[in-house]
Write a protein that binds this ligand. Structure first.
Ligand code: F6R
Length: 243
């Protein structure tokens, strides 16, 4: 795992954006899995701008969904679907046949998970995953205690995730379960980038990077990945002792 503490949020976002663009130049048919959430928002906006300016072709790549709130329809502004469409797929003009997201309204949850796992195998794995870290150390919706080798699954959301998740929604929304790729997918991805910014993430970043590697803090598993890059701003890295 490689760690870089950037001067500020813009600098870490720029590096993350550069990494996505570099991959697209090198492998236009890449398989990308990009988290939603507040943290990577600027990286995506810089990335889509660079893609337009430099005329980077995203038409052959595949986008795999990382996670979704179960029961929340794709047109709800708080859904991961909505976020990805607005911040990535629409600006890049990605056609629907290049997009594989979880159907959070499906009544066959196991089938939905199997379908996603099969897609990833058929696509020969994920080239790049960009993930954030939850206040409880989650990655995607791999909540504390998630299986280290697990693949797609439906999970009861942690109390912290239900509460913090309200920030994405216009009105109070019942968030009980989520559907997510597993930590096994993260371990098998060819490259993983974890982005975190702000003082509020400093303590969980310290736990993930300096305490035990344990599923109790799912993000700590990133330390076992040989091609993982953790990109922080100064605030998020402020409690690390070994800077
Ligand atoms: C979102 C996701 C979540 C977020 C995490 C951090 O698709 O997978 O794990 O990455 O909760 O969210 P933000 O960036 O809003 O702090």
């Amino acid at each position: 795992m490689h760690l870089k503490i950037h001067e500020n949020y813009e600098s870490l976002s720029r590096q993350a954006a550069n990494e996505i663009i570099a991959l697209m130049k090198q492998k236009p048919e890449a398989v990308l899995c990009l988290a939603s959430g507040d943290t990577p928002r600027l990286a995506y906006s810089l990335m889509t701008k660079m893609a337009k300016d430099e005329k980077i072709d995203f038409s052959r790549c595949t986008f795999i969904g990382l996670d979704e709130w179960m029961g929340i329809p794709p047109d709800n502004e708080g859904s991961c679907h909505y976020f990805l469409r607005r911040h990535i797929f629409e600006p890049l003009n990605i056609s629907n046949d290049r997009i594989r997201l979880f159907d959070a309204l499906s009544t066959d949850q196991k089938g939905e998970c199997k379908k996603m796992d099969k897609t990833i195998i058929e696509k020969e794995g994920i080239d790049l995953m960009v993930v954030g870290i939850g206040m409880n150390g989650h990655i995607g919706f791999n909540e504390p205690g998630a299986s280290v080798e697990g693949y797609s699954h439906v999970v009861d959301l942690d109390a912290a995730t239900r509460t913090v998740g309200q920030k994405y929604f216009r009105e109070h929304t019942l968030l009980t379960s989520g559907i997510t790729l597993g930590l096994g997918h993260m371990q098998e991805a060819r490259k993983v980038i974890l982005v975190a910014n702000g003082t509020k993430k400093a303590d969980i970043i310290r736990k993930a990077l300096e305490e035990d590697v344990t599923p109790v803090v799912p993000a700590s598993l990133i330390r076992k990945h040989v091609n993982a890059y953790v990109m922080l701003d100064r605030e998020a890295g402020s409690l690390l002792t070994a800077k």
